[in-house]
Design a protein around this ligand. Structure first.
Ligand code: BGC
Length: 746
């Protein structure tokens, strides 16, 4: 109790400190206050309450009586998973029958496209192409907003370093700098330039915070990490979303260092609303207010609501605890009404910003809905994004690209003719994606060479299970072909929420099918479809060519065919390390050196290593091939010493030394050689995606300033310490082509 009183007092002081003075208030503040003044305590708690629609649950459904009546009584502020203009209009009409006619806010997970499905976010991240990523998010926003939706629960900006965790598919991989840039691009894409534009969605940075660091890669599990790691690795993408103007944040399910995120004043009040000055609102994750009872930090719903509001959570998704208990908590003196007012003001301001008070049905135009869904521009964005997401992992003897003159092609495997698999996990079943708008891998091949080549098909085996009775037919088909393409991988529902797995190898007998096909002596190109980095050592050792195709969305087939036949030269690079074995996890490139580092052949006693396994990954962060080759040369630093207010310009030449035009993602890594605390062996500090015609050269420049040399020291101060730094220019985090050193002066 004492602890709570202290918290309330310090919260009141904090609120007074950061709530804008009347003179500085925005129009939206004033408008929100004019509504707030009219509201009863029960109506305020209602604004802070979000329910799922009657169906389409994306979490454990809870019983609620008479949702329509509750809306009319002003006890609901937002609904999730109501899809379509007709459905959202129905609910909104009910809100218009409430005493104050405050419009409802409709939220949904528009994670990788809406009806026109985009590649899964992890795949998109491998493009390192901010414009394409922003366009893909915009296309999703244009479609979803035309279907009555105001708000997407995206982007997920959790750093992910454990491929056992099913939700790696939803993020941008392991690196904070790349993650932050992608987070920024996605928010811009969803929200556009003008808040409330009818073709935009309000974005939501989630899951705050450190959800991706769940112990053992088990979804919803606890997180225990140092503050330094939190600030340096896990928070930067969240911070970037604020710079991009994100409207909302979502808390995470996990507890962190013993405190559930939804009841975590350090994360929500201190960092987010305090230090970062975030003015939007915070929604809990599904049921995470009530789940604090399971975490064991509160004993019932009343205490859960108290903990969440004091910590800084403004809206309760599906726990019902805010609507049930907040008025009582205020009346009993446990929660100052100022905190409720602050939360409601934040929510109302967003409703004003979106223009919903002017026209609650602004996003409910059925004609626009018809026009926008499957709009060819969105299909074009999906194709562009899909081609840029495919990673070429291996290409022995330049087997790829395939010639369009080939006479007979065998396309084999359980995913060749799959339809909905291509959509990936967050595929908006709720939106009801029409299968006719998904180009299967088979259709993509037919579109490309169906008129000139004989195309043969065999399924070979299932994704899972031990049945080998399709092998004979597959081998027979392969024997007739000039080249075999084998499409294997996961089910789309093997990755995603609540899809953590302890075994990340290719399921079933799919690699055995590959072995049987290789026995024919035919060249085999393997496509691996997955939502996470998988382990596939047999394939990596034996298949001559491998494309990692993830889940590519509605244009999967066309994108894959474009890459197979060289109409698009692959340019993607991995944003997560691919382990050799699950035993290496967690594995990431920016590790510390340790006191006993492990260069290849050192005495075992001197190695931080395994006795039974290499410490090196199968494919490293930043890795990805092209059909052409790039030579790096002539690294120059314009000075070898800099003062803290100076910059160093690093320049070097990249030449396309192969036979095809292509794109290269050049990567700048730095290492602080001696720090007051240990520093990673390398950190990505900048990158550029460049396009070079065959034979063409380009001088690339990076500017190194104090910011790029800084890190959080043990006192959590952001500092650049004088001393020597290594600069490395890489085609991947391991394939360092050029290096030098420089000194930061006192
Ligand atoms: C997920 C969130 C999602 C929410 C609503 C939760 O289970 O963790 O990412 O936005 O459901 O669908």
């Amino acid at each position: 109790m004492k602890r709570n009183n202290f918290l309330i007092l310090s919260l009141a002081i904090t609120l007074a400190a950061y709530h804008p003075l009347p003179a500085q208030e925005s129009t939206f503040d004033r408008k929100a206050d004019s509504v707030l003044r009219l509201m009863t305590l029960e109506e305020k708690a209602g604004q802070m309450n979000q329910y799922n629609d009657d169906w389409n649950a994306t979490g454990p459904m809870t019983a609620k009586s008479d949702m329509a009546g509750q809306i009319r009584d002003g006890r609901v502020g937002s609904i999730l998973n109501a899809a379509g203009t007709a459905r959202t209009r129905t609910w909104q009409e009910m809100a218009m029958q409430s005493r104050l006619r405050i419009p409802l806010l409709f939220g949904q997970d528009v994670i990788h496209g809406y009806k026109s499905t985009m590649p899964i976010p992890l795949a998109e991240s491998c493009s390192w192409d901010m414009e394409a990523i922003e366009r893909a998010a915009r296309a999703g926003a244009a479609e979803a907003s035309a279907c009555g939706i105001h708000w997407t629960f995206a982007p997920m900006v959790d750093i992910t370093r454990d491929p056992r965790w099913g939700r790696v598919m939803e993020g941008a991989g392991e690196d904070p700098l790349l993650g932050a840039r992608i987070a920024y691009a996605r928010v811009k894409g969803y929200q556009g330039d003008t808040p409330g534009a009818v073709n935009s969605l309000m974005a939501c940075a989630k899951h705050y915070a450190a959800y991706g660091a769940a112990i053992g890669g088990r979804d919803y599990n606890s997180v225990d990490m140092s503050d330094r790691m939190l600030w340096e690795v896990y928070l930067p993408p969240f911070r970037a979303t604020i710079d991009a103007g994100v409207g909302t944040f979502m808390t995470s399910f996990n507890d962190i260092n013993g405190v559930p995120s939804t009841g975590n004043p350090y994360l929500l009040r201190d960092i987010l609303k305090g230090q970062w000055g975030f003015e939007g609102f915070v929604v809990s994750d599904w049921g995470s207010v009530g789940e604090m009872i399971n975490h064991g930090t509160v004993k019932d719903g009343y205490e859960a609501a108290c903990s969440a509001i004091l910590a800084g959570c403004d809206m309760d998704m599906e726990s019902h605890d805010f609507v049930d208990y907040l008025p009582r908590l205020v009346n009993e003196g446990r929660v100052p009404v100022a905190l409720i007012d602050d939360a409601v003001r934040r929510i109302l301001k967003k409703k004003f910003e979106l223009g919903l008070f002017d026209d609650p049905f602004k996003f409910c135009d059925p004609e626009r809905e018809q026009r926008e869904i499957y709009n060819p521009e969105h299909e074009a964005a999906a194709l562009d994004m899909a081609r840029k997401s495919i990673v070429l992992l291996k290409n022995e003897n330049q087997l790829l690209p395939l010639s369009k003159e080939l006479k007979t092609i065998a396309f084999i495997g359980p995913l060749v003719k799959a339809v909905k698999e291509n959509k990936g996990f967050w595929d908006n079943e709720i939106a009801g994606v029409d299968s006719n708008f998904i180009v299967t891998q088979w259709e993509g091949l037919e579109n490309k060479v169906g008129k000139t080549a004989r195309l043969l098909y065999a399924r070979g085996c299932d994704i899972e299970g031990q049945r080998r009775d399709g092998f004979a037919e597959a081998v027979e088909v392969a024997a007739q072909a000039d080249v075999v393409i084998l499409s294997i991988g996961e089910h789309r529902a093997m990755s995603g929420e609540a899809k953590s797995t302890s075994d990340i190898s290719i399921p079933g007998v799919q690699e055995e099918l590959l072995a049987a096909l290789l026995e024919t002596g035919k060249p085999v190109v393997v496509l691996i479809n997955a939502g996470r980095p998988l382990v596939f050592n047999y394939t990596a050792d034996h298949a001559p060519a491998i494309l990692y195709t993830w889940w590519l969305g509605c244009q999967a087939g066309n994108a894959i065919a474009d890459v197979l036949f060289g109409d698009y030269n692959p340019s993607a690079k991995l944003t997560m390390t691919f382990p050799l074995s699950v035993g290496q996890i967690p594995i990431y490139y920016s590790h510390f050196n340790t006191g006993r580092p492990a260069p290849d052949d050192r005495n075992r006693f001197y190695n931080s290593s395994y006795i039974d396994l290499s410490i090196y990954p199968r494919f490293e962060f930043g890795y990805g091939l092209s059909y052409t080759t790039f030579e790096y040369s002539n690294l120059q630093l314009d000075k070898k010493q800099l003062k803290t207010d100076e910059t160093i310009t690093v320049s070097f030449t990249v030449r396309n030394s192969g036979p095809y035009d292509g794109e290269e993602i050049v990567q700048l890594y730095l290492r602080d050689l001696v720090g007051s605390i240990t520093r990673p062996v390398k950190e990505l500090r900048d990158f550029r995606k460049i396009s070079l015609k065959a034979g063409e050269s380009m001088v690339v420049q990076f500017i190194i300033d104090k910011e790029k040399l800084s890190f959080y020291n043990n006192q959590l101060q952001w500092v650049a310490e004088p001393g020597e730094f290594g600069v490395m220019i890489g085609a991947s985090s391991r394939d360092i082509r050029l290096k030098d050193t420089f000194v930061l002066l006192d």
